[in-house]
Design a protein around this ligand. Structure first.
Ligand SMILES: CC(C)(COP(=O)(O)OP(=O)(O)OC[C@H]1O[C@@H](n2cnc3c(N)ncnc32)[C@H](O)[C@@H]1OP(=O)(O)O)[C@@H](O)C(=O)NCCC(=O)NCCS
Length: 178
């Protein structure tokens, strides 16, 4: 796409040793609900592994990963949860989300689980489909402080190994979402 960075010179993605609220603010500014999900009142887990892009010293893009216990069709396993995908408002539409997501998924493939999952608002489904993610059909249950609830956001999945098919059966997180 014409507005994208030249494939010959994409910025480097770095593994961040930490990712604080201030780092998120450096990317997204100080708007009160930059992910547009506060209205759901969900409790989220912080991510453990963080990948970022700096341009001229400024952090401009991030994706986080967290290994999570799940049940798929009643069988206990783990997935890699992807979250906190963020690009600075003035630099969107240039492939930075694709770049940082690709690096994060390269790492996720070394973590063991077969599936990556993420949660997103409906308007972002087509963007993530463009990045190779697929919709998880049906309700997905997640833990919350007062018990199990149905995730109100769209759940999407991506294979982390060759030949992996969609999660075979009902997906339930055995933890808070990420
Ligand atoms: C969502 C967000 C991370 C996208 O960042 P971005 O850098 O603009 O995304 P990219 O430029 O890498 O675009 C990714 C792909 O989606 C495509 N795309 C962008 N908008 C799209 C849309 N509305 N529908 C379908 N595809 C879309 C792009 O063309 C690109 O595909 P391509 O590389 O094949 O051309 C950014 O808008 C953001 O930070 N939003 C606020 C925080 C947020 O809501 N994060 C998501 C949490 S789940």
């Amino acid at each position: 796409m014409a507005d994208h960075m030249s494939p010959a010179s994409p910025p480097a993605v770095e593994r961040l040793t930490r990712y604080t609220k201030a780092d998120q603010g450096e990317i997204l500014g100080d708007s009160p609900d930059p992910f547009g999900v506060d209205g759901y009142g969900l409790t989220w887990l912080p991510k453990e592994d963080h990948f970022g892009v700096r341009l001229e010293g400024r952090l401009v893009a991030h994706t986080g990963l967290l290994r999570l216990p799940v049940s798929i069709g009643g069988a206990r396993t783990d997935v890699v949860g992807v979250g906190g995908v963020a690009v600075a408002p003035d630099l969107r539409g240039r492939g930075l989300a694709r770049l940082v997501m690709t690096a994060a998924l390269d790492h996720a493939r070394t973590m063991g689980p077969q599936h990556g999952i993420l949660f997103c608002r409906l308007p972002l489904v087509s963007l993530y489909q463009r990045l190779g993610w697929r919709v998880v059909e049906g309700d997905v249950q997640v833990e919350q402080p007062d018990g199990v609830v149905v995730m109100p956001l769209q759940t999407m999945w991506t294979p982390l190994r060759d030949g992996v098919t969609r999660p075979p059966g009902e997906l339930r997180l055995l933890s808070f979402p990420m």
